[in-house]
Design a protein around this ligand. Structure first.
Ligand code: 4AD
Ligand code: MG
Length: 522
């Protein structure tokens, strides 16, 4: 008989979790029943130590042969990594334990066995982990990221709802391209081509002309055939659209909005930020004003023609490259010396173990440094050769935002590199009133937006210039034909924000099941 059926027979019906690990403090000195999974297990003489996780937290549960029946102790012995189980025991305060409490178990029931759990303790490569994303999500770090993501989503709704915005759902099947034709996913819509939405903005504009201030919150799709740490094929975008807002009102809103969202995370996710190892001092800078730079000013900084707080983009990278190279030599020498030491006859076991642990640590640092040594020359190269008038690439954004410890806003872009719907700057027609918000610490663009063109003829010119099918945009042009008003909006990439807030090395960890070039499973 399978374990699960046996469990059901014993319990007759499934009861919900009455007690949760997050509430252990309220149950000190009491007997409670916890249900969850064994995220770790260790055995000692007559003892089994199980780290139980139940979705709300982790706690150590001790099964002592002396205080339980033989049947229960045998059941505990069957527990392996990620077995599911139910246990009953006394809640005891113990500062040294994870979460500060321990359960002294007197009964235990296995629910589901877990023979040879694929993600064991040892270090796995990121491809292996992503292949096993359905299991990887159970790890403490992924749990913390998903909790932070959830808090961000809630904070976004809180902010807009409290600010008088109405949430709207834009369609996913669309007949037109909002953000250019180069990265559309085409599908078959009853025999006609339809595209998965790249952005809900155009529909948001229509809705704003009914409700004043709206925001969308939905999945968006970009067929980007490149593997970068910033790009997903499917991501969630939040797009507010406001009537009677110009680019500067838009920037004020972006700043207020990001400040509110980051502050909520700082208030409510201290434990989770600690688990992901985030240095929160940078996040705390969110209360400072966001520097606003024109495209022209930003280009000067990237090219090293202007400094930021005494720091030069080019020379600071050159200095860093020198430091990285020197440290690589130092580490290699250190590793060689320790490896030599391990081989020395007569070395004690403890000393060998110590040196091996140091070598492993140094090798990890070396891998990170070697990646930097590959990246920095590329960043330098793109900064030195940046051509005025181009859009920023990932490297340019990295070079620029490494100089800041707070998000920055870059506005007034050459109109040729930005979307067709942006308003031409009335003071200088070379520029469009777009604004990108770039996260600091090298993260780059998290928000793109701007003021919208209101003149129907200028829009028609732009649609032709971008070689977009006019017929699919007729409805959009109606918004300008019938009672046009000044308006603006922006789009926040949810995963880019999660990635920066958690300081993740790659956007793939910011979404439950990433969809990227070369990745459709699990
Ligand atoms: O800058 P984008 O393309 O702007 C728009 O789509 C506008 N229609 C938004 C608006 O004004 N309503 O995209 C907005 C944001 C980017 O700043 C970035 O954060 C995110 O969406 N984004 C991506 N995130 C992950 N993977 C991708 N491939 C992304 N492309 C854009
Ligand atoms: Mg953009």
């Amino acid at each position: 008989m399978c374990i699960f059926v046996a469990y059901l027979k014993k319990t007759e019906r499934i009861f919900m979790q009455e007690f949760l690990i997050k509430d252990l403090a309220t149950y000190e000195g009491k007997q409670i029943t916890l249900k969850g999974w064994a995220s770790n297990k260790r055995e000692g003489k007559g003892l089994a130590f199980i780290i139980l996780r139940d979705g709300t937290g982790w706690c150590q549960c001790v099964v002592s042969q002396e205080s339980v029946s033989e049947e229960v102790f045998n059941e505990a012995k069957k527990v392996t990594l990620e077995s599911s189980l139910e246990l009953t025991g006394l809640v005891v305060r113990d500062e040294r334990q994870i979460g500060g409490y321990e359960i002294q178990v007197n009964n235990l029931l296995l629910i589901g066995t877990s023979p040879e759990y694929p993600i064991a303790k040892k270090e796995h490569g990121v491809d292996f982990l992503t292949d096993n994303r359905h299991l990887w999500l159970r790890s403490q770090r992924q749990w913390a990221i998903m909790k932070i993501r959830n808090r961000i989503i809630f904070a976004i709704h809180e902010f807009f709802q409290n600010d008088g915005f109405v949430q709207m759902d834009a369609p996913i099947f669309t007949g037109n391209a909002c953000e250019g034709t180069s990265n559309l996913f085409e599908t078959d819509f009853y025999g006609d081509p339809a595209y998965l939405s790249q952005s809900g903005q155009l529909y948001g504009e229509a809705m704003a002309f009914s409700l004043g201030k709206i925001y969308t919150f939905g999945p968006t799709f970009r067929a980007e055939k490149s593997k970068t740490r910033r790009h997903l094929s499917e991501f969630w975008m939040i797009e507010p659209e406001m009537i009677f807002h110009d680019i500067f009102d838009n920037m004020d809103l972006i700043e207020r909005f990001l400040r509110a969202v980051v502050s909520s995370v700082l208030n409510d996710c201290k434990k989770e930020l600690e688990i992901v190892g985030r240095d929160i001092s940078v996040l705390e800078n969110i209360i400072k004003p966001f520097p606003r730079l024109t495209y022209d000013e930003a280009v000067k900084i990237i090219k090293g023609e202007e400094d930021v707080n005494g720091k030069n983009a080019i020379t600071s990278l050159e200095d860093e490259m020198k430091k990285v190279e020197a440290r690589i030599i130092e580490i290699n020498t250190d590793i060689a010396a320790r490896e030599e030491k391990i081989k020395t006859p007569g070395m004690k076991k403890g000393e060998i173990g110590f040196n091996q642990a140091q070598i492993d640590k140094l090798k990890q640092e070396l891998a990170d440094l070697e990646e930097q040594a590959r990246n920095i020359p590329q960043w330098l190269n793109s900064a030195r050769n940046f051509e005025y008038g181009n859009d920023f690439g990932g490297s340019d954004e990295t070079v620029l935002t490494r100089l800041f410890d707070v998000p920055i806003m870059v506005y007034n872009w050459p109109h040729e590199v930005k979307a067709f719907y942006l308003k031409r700057d009335p003071n200088d027609s070379r520029f469009a009133r777009g604004v990108d918000t770039l996260a600091p610490e090298g993260y780059g663009e998290i928000v793109g937006g701007g003021e919208r063109e209101t003149d129907v003829n200028l829009l028609i010119d732009k649609i032709n210039e971008h070689e977009l099918p006019m017929q699919a945009f007729e409805w959009y042009l109606d918004l300008r034909r019938y009672g046009t008003v000044p308006h603006a909006g922006f789009g926040l990439g949810l995963e880019r924000l999660v990635t920066w807030i958690c300081k993740l090395p790659h956007v793939r960890e910011s979404i439950p099941f990433p969809r990227m070039y070369g990745r459709l499973l699990p």
